[in-house]
Ligand binder design. Structure first.
Ligand SMILES: [Zn+2]
Length: 359
């Protein structure tokens, strides 16, 4: 939807035009209303022009920097340090330019929606624009501690709008001047870099006047907002759904962390874990409900109904295994809910309760 919206292909008519089945269009439009970020101007990917920028990118290793120490240049060289910073939910960019014994500082507040990467790129762009008055033939060195920003300006692949604009500014500056873009390690005490870092923090703390976004929204921010909204909706649906009584007893809310773990499991382990968590297993409690067992009483301790919670937290016959694997002799449902799924699976397997099923 986001891609269609920003490429102008999104159907946004009230009656959905000629569409017979408009459910997806409607659902997506409703989603768009809940995430304002989707409608904001987007820092989308654009094709990079197949031209040389005319500037040089240099990536000295950390070892080289350790040996070389802080960069030294004579007064004829224009030296510029750039940095981006995010602090207390707002972003800022900065550039500190030194030339002929004079120092110029640029502070660019970027509001709440800009990412640090965007700030790093914008810092370089503003520095390049500010240096356009420098006479031709001058050597200019711009130091940035963002490898990804320099790499993005160097690569022949696709770039975003902001990277494209920065590339054009650098290209214009490099005309008849010698321009180098050099990576410098951050937080190792290099004076110019530390100063730019401080100024970027100040810029991040400055008040921004005007509506957000100050810069087009990064695709990463859009993806993240959609992911957060989808997780919220999933949790709401999970809470309002009346079924899955046993699963709800053992799982609090949907979790991407747990899902990501489960999809790494082999088929047998995933089946075992799902059976225990949903209660649809060969435990007596379930078999009795399905009229496949005469009794629902636990065949091991013979005390109480054999449910998933009984096996995981209560059955006396698995006290030692529980203590070894889960570090507790008994567990309540609330305690089971906070245990890592990997530990629960380990306990289920170590208990040997389901070994008979597979034989
Ligand atoms: Zn038992």
């Amino acid at each position: 939807m986001h891609r269609l919206w920003h490429s102008g292909a999104w159907i946004d008519r009230g009656d959905y035009g000629y569409l017979q089945r408009s459910n997806h269009v409607k659902a997506n439009r409703d989603m768009g209303k809940k995430i304002p970020l989707i409608a904001w101007p987007c820092d989308r990917r654009v094709s990079r022009p197949l031209v040389e920028g005319g500037f040089k990118t240099v990536f000295p290793s950390r070892k080289v920097w350790e040996q070389k120490g802080s960069p030294q240049h004579d007064d004829s060289v224009v030296v510029c340090y750039t940095d981006g910073s995010r602090h207390d939910g707002s972003t800022g960019a900065a550039a500190v330019i030194s030339w002929n014994g004079e120092k110029t500082t640029l502070r660019i507040p970027l509001g709440a929606s800009a990412t640090v990467f965007q700030a790093e790129v914008l810092a370089i762009r503003h520095a390049a624009d500010a240096l356009r008055h420098v006479p031709t033939g001058t050597r200019i060195v711009i130091y940035s501690d963002s490898k990804s920003a320099i790499q993005a300006l160097k690569t022949w692949n696709y770039m975003t709008l902001l990277v494209g604009e920065c590339f054009q500014s650098l290209k214009a500056l490099a005309t008849e001047r010698t321009l180098e873009l050099v990576w410098i390690p951050a937080h190792v005490g290099f004076e110019g870099n530390e100063e730019a870092d401080e100024v970027a923090k100040e810029a991040a703390g400055m008040t921004v006047y005007g509506p957000e976004p100050i810069v087009p929204v990064a695709m990463a921010s859009v993806r993240s907002a959609i992911r957060v909204k989808a997780a919220e909706q999933h949790t709401d649906m999970w809470r309002s759904y009346n079924g899955a009584r046993q699963t709800k007893e053992l799982i609090d809310v949907p979790s991407m962390r747990v899902s990501n773990y489960l999809v790494t499991l082999c088929r047998q382990d995933l089946r075992l874990f799902t059976q225990v968590i949903t209660g649809h297993s060969t435990l007596r409690g379930h078999l009795h409900r399905m009229r496949k067992a005469d009794s629902d009483v636990c065949p091991f301790c013979e005390v109480g109904r054999e449910t998933s919670l009984h096996l995981l937290g209560r059955c006396d016959c698995f006290l030692t295994t529980r203590l070894d694997v889960l570090e507790s002799q008994t567990l309540s449902a609330a305690e089971v809910r906070v245990i890592k799924p990997a530990s629960l699976l380990k306990f289920i397997k170590c208990s040997g309760r389901f070994t008979l099923d597979t034989q």
